[in-house]
Design a protein around this ligand. Structure first.
Ligand code: ARG
Length: 409
């Protein structure tokens, strides 16, 4: 009997060719597994495509709730933004996909897993490091990294094997998307000087014509309601994303440092994740004690890097999550976002409107009007500051007096 291998399958040309190649080259029985993490596309036909390509079994696993609860919530609590900007869309989905790949491998008794990543990206790192962390005994095969075929050669290879996919007009871009947003690479975007054309955008197509407001409620750092209406995470993320996305909010255009040493130009659309992170950061500003807040910010940077680098299943990430969870105990309250209508760009296209925090409140607010006000209600004892400031600056003052005696001054 042939050994079994579980392939992370997307339904596209590349991973379909992987099915054929794994069978052809190594004689594996291929079990195709597609994970639904909220990406666009048809799951109905995925199983048929995998079977047609020669998979002995094809499964679609709905991971949306789990992805939101166990991966996106921790990332939101940590305000996870790689290089201060990118909310880690692809980086967060890889560990949940790998978890299900490994589960499937155990269920069917596979000896190996496979993925369709190239040798130039971060995703191969995330797939393989995560697999190694969860199942060190499983072999990993990366067909696309070793077969050296262009897209055309790939189509030819398949047709030589008697397999023809109706190849839809291929988008000039490489896309990866899920509940947290959408990553767009390749094509014209490879020139970092050129403005991304409007056709790269899907989640942030500008359709809004009227200004609006939307209020997000959080409990212990977790978003639980929109405009007072309680809803599950997946629905909340989708609704919020659709709303702020219609103003063109959530676009990022950046050159980022990949783990493999390449700088790459990336365009992202992250309406829901960025709106949630900005709102969450704002609620923290009113509810977190200063030292905790500052230390948390330092750790957020480290946390984001870990996730980007494929180290989700690491003891450091787990320990940082314990910190983030504990720090979030009082991050409860409402944040009101205001959405302003889109404008016009120099080339005549519509430019994104603005989405910004216009108000925040919390039962755990540390904001004290009596302390902050310059008006009549002021209870702050101004005279206490005199001694505080003197002592605060005493060291520097002493240093300055002494420095007067330095030979070269
Ligand atoms: N650069 C991003 C990351 O490493 C996005 C990767 C997108 N992947 C893709 N196949 N288009 O997280």
């Amino acid at each position: 009997m042939a050994d079994k291998i579980v392939l992370a399958y997307s339904g596209g040309l590349d991973t379909s060719a992987c099915v054929v190649w794994l069978k052809d080259k190594f004689g594996y029985d291929v079990v195709a597994m597609a994970a639904d993490v909220g990406q666009a596309g048809e799951f109905g036909s995925i199983q048929d495509r995998a079977s047609y390509a020669g998979a002995i079994e094809a499964q679609v696993v709905d991971c949306k709730e789990e992805f939101a609860r166990d991966y996106l919530v921790p990332a939101l609590r940590a305000n996870a933004l790689y290089e201060g900007k990118y909310p880690l869309v692809s980086a967060l989905s890889r560990p949940v996909i790998v978890k299900h790949m490994v589960d499937t491998a155990r269920k069917v008794g596979a000896v190996a897993v496979a993925h369709g990543c190239t040798g130039k990206g971060n995703d191969q790192v995330r797939f393989e490091v995560s697999t190694g962390a969860l199942a060190p005994d499983l072999d990993i095969v990366a067909p696309v990294r070793s077969w050296n075929m262009t897209r055309e050669q790939c189509i030819e290879y398949l047709s030589d094997k008697g397999i023809t996919f109706e190849v839809t007009k291929k988008s000039p871009y490489s896309i990866d998307d899920n509940l947290w947003g959408r990553a767009i690479e390749c094509g014209i975007l490879e020139d970092p000087w050129l403005t991304p054309p409007d056709d790269v955008y899907e989640l942030t197509k500008i359709t809004a014509t009227n200004p609006s407001e939307i209020t997000i409620s959080f409990e212990e750092g977790i978003p639980v309601a929109l405009d007072g209406q309680a809803m599950g995470l997946v629905e909340l993320i989708e609704k919020l994303g659709a709303h702020v996305g219609s103003y063109g909010f959530g676009r990022l255009d950046m050159v980022e440092n990949r783990r493999v040493g390449i700088k790459s130009r990336e365009v992202y659309e992250c309406p829901a994740s960025l709106a949630l992170i900005y709102a969450h950061q704002d609620l923290e500003a009113i509810t977190l004690e200063r030292d905790l807040h500052h230390e948390k910010m330092n750790l957020e940077h480290r946390y984001s890097e870990l996730i980007y680098d494929g180290l989700w299943f690491s003891p450091l990430r787990e320990s940082l999550d314990s910190f983030m969870e504990s720090a979030s105990k009082r991050v409860t309250g409402d944040v009101r976002l205001r959405c302003d209508t889109p404008g016009k760009s120099i080339d005549g296209s519509r430019s994104p409107g603005k989405v910004y925090v216009a108000g925040r409140r919390s039962p755990y607010s540390l904001y004290s009007h009596e302390l902050a006000t310059y008006g009549d209600a002021d209870t702050f004892r101004h005279q206490d500051s005199e001694g505080f400031v003197k002592i605060w600056g005493l060291g520097l003052k002493t240093w300055a007096q002494q420095a007067g005696e330095e030979p070269n001054r």
